[in-house]
Design a protein around this ligand. Structure first.
Ligand code: NCD
Ligand code: ZN
Length: 347
């Protein structure tokens, strides 16, 4: 039987939500990952350091209830708004608990109604401060505009926002999150450091056909929306070429089955529980299992200036099926429900 032992990975982009689902969701993440960078888009967003400290305490309490020992404290982020101040950024920097500031363009995705309406007009001073202090800007890189086709939102964001942002703030650390297009891959490759991009399992596994396969499949609806096959292939290439600018970020985003299978279904795929097995499966299917560790365990810490994890995980090549449903105090249909995975995490 084929077995690999690699450095325990981290998840550089995860949604844990709050309240009664927190415990189950955190458990899934900690089974797979050492450090997790927690997104701030709660219904009441995490807008400042105090919000983040309170949320972190709730997460740690959930971890304690699970009786998990030797865990890493979650890495927190705050939500950029039109009203974020330079002082907010300084406090975030000094706190030592904030690892990024998240840019959601207004209305771009789940809980983004507090998002930024005019980045260069309203946030310039804050961006200068972040550049000075070295705090990463974590970007949901899509424009939301009724005249822009949903499949072009990322490309237009790169042209209209990312390129000028990089010109105006060349030293600002940028992570283009959950990239979904060949255009984003090419942009990140060509842009000068410091810039990186995260890639999700869904964007490596699927193209947009899956959303419309034998009927409408809401469980594959996420933002950025899945794209054409040529984009998926470009993302696989980016993830598997040992280019340190690309690393893991699951964007695992739980929504209840009911809220997904709804006349206005929510965007987001839940992958925390099988994420590492999904990445291993796709890397192996393209003949690159030897590149997995670089992508899931080394490139992220390199970008964030953190040490590699000292613990290891074991994976064996063994088929198993992703369950059709999970119970995390709400019913959740996981990403790839019913599909075969080729690799399995073992003790
Ligand atoms: C995320 C969520 O549900 O919070 N949804 C998604 O489709 N990815 C938000 C996000 O990262 O865009
Ligand atoms: Zn996300």
């Amino acid at each position: 039987m084929q077995k690999i032992t690699i450095t325990k990975p981290d998840d550089w982009h995860v949604h844990l939500r709050d309240d009664f689902i927190l415990e189950g969701v955190v458990k899934d993440s900690l089974k797979n990952f050492s450090r997790i960078l927690v997104m701030p888009n709660l219904v009441n967003p995490i807008k400042n350091t105090q919000d983040a400290i309170n949320y972190k305490t709730r997460i740690i309490n959930a971890i304690k209830k699970l009786k998990i020992h030797n865990y890493f404290e979650p890495l927190m982020s705050i939500y950029l708004t039109d009203n974020t101040s330079e002082k907010d950024i300084e406090l975030a920097f000094r706190s030592g608990v904030i690892f990024g500031v998240k840019l959601y363009p207004f209305r771009s995705t789940t809980n983004s109604f507090d998002g930024v309406t005019d980045l260069f007009g309203k946030c310039s001073l804050v961006l200068y401060k972040m550049e000075e202090l070295g705090i990463p800007l974590l970007i949901h890189g899509e424009v939301f505009n009724k005249t822009v086709d949903i499949f072009d939102r990322e490309l237009i964001f790169i042209e209209n926002i990312a390129i000028p942002l990089k010109e105006k703030f060349p030293k600002l650390k940028i992570v283009l999150e959950h990239i979904s297009t060949k255009d984003a891959v090419e942009y990140v490759k060509s842009a000068k450091d410091p810039i990186a991009a995260t890639i999700t399992p869904q964007h490596l596994f699927y193209n947009r056909n899956i959303i419309f396969n034998h009927g409408l499949n809401p469980h594959f609806y996420c933002l950025p929306i899945l794209k054409r096959e040529k984009h998926r292939l470009a993302l696989i290439e980016a993830a598997t070429i040992n280019n340190t600018k690309f690393f893991i970020g699951t964007d695992s985003a739980p929504h209840s089955k009911e809220n997904k299978e709804n006349e206005s279904g929510c965007a987001g795929c839940y992958s925390a529980c099988y994420a590492v097995e999904m990445y291993a499966t796709i890397f192996d299917r393209v003949g690159c299992i030897d590149k997995l560790e670089q992508f899931i365990s080394f490139n992220g810490p390199n970008f964030y200036g953190l040490p590699y994890n000292s613990t290891k995980i074991n994976l064996i090549k063994q088929s198993h099926i992703i369950p059709k449903k999970l119970n995390r105090n709400i019913e959740i249909v996981p990403l790839g429900a019913g599909e075969l995975l080729d690799w399995k995490l073992v003790e």
